[in-house]
Design a protein. Structure first.
Length: 128
């Protein structure tokens, strides 16, 4: 009997540790990077890199901006400005499948939801 109790105690002493909790999944910037066609305006190609946002107006010029992301916010945020610090915009973004939605305002007052008034909404489809 004593041996049985000892065996039970020893078997419990070596129980595996519980699995760590999976970290809360955040939308990685990688889902945002790449080339996007603007919905309802096929002459605009959006090109996103880790530090830039460029509007390629096909057959015309390229409008380039410096870009900074913040994935700690919900929804994720971004700030863009023309090189040299002028023409600043503050926005939020989301990727749903192959669709990217940008919602922003001129200046530094950022929208907090995609339904707020006085913002500018642009939608894009990923280029394959």
């Amino acid at each position: 009997m004593r041996g049985l109790l000892l065996l039970a105690f020893v078997s419990l002493a070596f129980a595996p540790a519980p699995f760590p909790k999976a970290p809360r999944k955040k939308e990685p910037v990688a889902t945002l990077l790449g080339k996007w066609d603007q919905v309802n305006n096929p002459s605009v190609l959006l090109v996103l890199t880790p530090r830039t946002l460029e509007y390629h107006n096909l057959g015309s010029n390229v409008n380039a901006y410096e870009m900074v992301f913040d994935l700690t916010k919900t929804p994720p945020t971004y700030d863009i400005q023309k090189p040299g610090g002028f023409a600043k915009f503050a926005g939020i973004w989301k990727v749903e499948g192959d669709k990217l939605t940008l919602y922003y305002r001129s200046g530094t007052v950022r929208p907090t939801s995609f339904s707020e008034p006085n913002g500018h909404k642009e939608e894009f489809i990923r280029v394959r």
